[in-house]
Design a binder for this molecule. Structure first.
Ligand code: FES
Ligand SMILES: [Fe+2]
Length: 441
């Protein structure tokens, strides 16, 4: 008997107008835009800032970034306060930037140093100030703070940044879609098994394609997902981290889980920075070390402006046909539409992390919109903010129930010891993991 089909496309409603503005719109004055403006964001790599000013876009604002001849970095509103010419055509001065149209010179904080041909005593010098934002340069990346100056947080340094054993290479990747779909991808661990292993062939380590037990947990910085797998004779527990509002750390790209390791840290620290509502730039450091990549599958020379050393992250790396045959994160995220329409989705149990991350961001957006304070994480006695990303691999064969118990025990340990030094945290994670396996046997 022939199968009876029922085609119902005509009745399937498509409503692209009902957007989740609360957590996707980023302009100044929007609830999410105001939340994002309370944090430091990377905006450009140092290597991209040459002898000319650079026009950039961040959180929907067009800005001009430059390094003056004294080496100071300025970030000014694009349009000159005089009569609106773009400062991207400005002339770099010893101190600040001179607008090309009538020669008004602005310091890096927007102070009008000299209004072109106006007399020195002209009142415009006191009256006019160009909009300007604070910047901070850190290991090859220029960061900016676009929020109210009175709420400027201390520039955060995370524990993994201080690891002397890793080499950090800055990188950027632009993705033409809303920031939330780039960010929530990191709390969607089930896509790793499908997109990066079954759909496209193995794009990362073979072990990443093995079915996993997934759990989620809050941290003082945001949230983590915890993925536990039995890979041959080893148990592998990976923690992937969201550092609110838009930071992420992810474990080794090509983890094969073939040898024991405890509390091995991240292969990247990156931020998904909205350029505007429909364009996102991921900027961060890719971390390289023998420990993170024992088989040397990574390639530091392929990391930089608009490039990274793993597949499926950028537009121009492959032909359209190749990207159809082996789609990666770029194809998945961009094809969710310029702004994914949350109301039209059908979230299921495997989207728990995505839902949780959206809710977390929403909670923080509402808190600020309702007049609440933002509590920024404080650095500890070692001068850094502790994070929770780690990979632990231990020799053991466990059933699903015990795998879950193992990972819970490990994460409890990782959280409880978060204020210890990284070396001590590793030691404690190893001790507690070994103890746990011993007790089971
Ligand atoms: S528009 Fe910039 S100096 Fe006149
Ligand atoms: Fe991915």
């Amino acid at each position: 008997m022939l199968k009876k089909y029922k085609f119902d496309g005509y009745n399937t409603v498509t409503d692209l107008s009902d957007l989740d503005e609360e957590i996707t719109f980023v302009e100044k004055g929007t609830p999410c835009g105001e939340l994002l403006r309370r944090y430091w964001h990377p905006v450009l790599l140092s290597e991209e800032l040459g002898e000319l000013p650079k026009l950039i876009k961040v959180l929907g604002e067009e800005l001009v970034l430059f390094r003056d001849k004294s080496g100071q970095i300025g970030l000014l509103h694009k349009h000159c306060a005089h009569r609106g010419a773009s400062l991207e055509y400005g002339i770099i001065a010893d101190c600040g930037l001179i607008c090309s149209y009538h020669g008004w010179q602005y310091d890096i904080d927007g102070t009008l140093i000299k209004a072109g041909s106006e007399p020195c005593k002209s009142p415009v010098h006191k009256r006019v100030k160009q909009g300007a934002y604070q910047t901070h340069e850190q290991e090859g990346i220029i960061f900016a703070y676009l929020g109210p100056p009175e709420h400027t947080p201390e520039f955060p340094i995370y524990d993994t940044q201080l690891d002397k054993t890793v080499k950090k290479i800055p990188f950027t990747i632009e993705t033409p879609c809303n920031w939330m779909q780039v960010y929530e991808n990191t709390q969607d661990p089930i896509h790793v098994v499908h997109l990066h292993a079954r759909s496209s062939g193995v794009q990362f380590g073979v072990a990443s394609g093995v079915d996993q037990i997934i759990e989620y947990d809050d941290t003082p910085l945001g949230m983590i997902n915890i993925q536990t797998r039995q890979v041959d004779g080893h148990i592998w527990t990976r923690t992937t981290e969201s550092i609110l509002p838009n930071g992420n750390q992810t474990g080794a790209i090509w983890e094969e889980a073939e040898s024991e390791k405890f509390f091995q840290r991240t292969s990247m620290l990156r931020w998904m920075v909205p350029l505007d509502n429909t364009n996102t730039k991921t900027i961060g450091w890719r971390y390289f070390s023998k420990e993170l990549d024992p088989r040397e599958q990574g390639d530091a020379s392929s990391v930089g402006v608009e490039k990274i050393d793993f597949i499926g992250q950028t537009k121009n790396e492959r032909s359209y046909e190749d990207s159809q045959r082996q789609p990666g994160d770029y194809e998945a995220q961009v094809s969710q539409r310029p702004i994914a329409v949350h109301k039209m989705e059908n979230l299921a149990s495997s989207d728990t992390g995505v839902a949780k991350l959206r809710n977390l961001v929403r909670k923080h957006v509402r808190n600020l919109a309702e007049g609440g304070e933002i509590i920024h994480p404080q650095k500890n006695e070692f001068g850094h903010i502790s994070t929770y990303t780690q990979d632990t691999v231990i020799k053991a064969k466990l059933n699903d129930v015990d795998q879950r118990k193992f990972s819970r025990n490990l994460i409890k340990n990782v959280k409880e010891n978060s204020q210890l030094s990284p070396e001590m945290r590793r030691k404690k994670a190893e001790e507690s993991s070994r103890e746990f396996i011993k007790e089971l046997s």
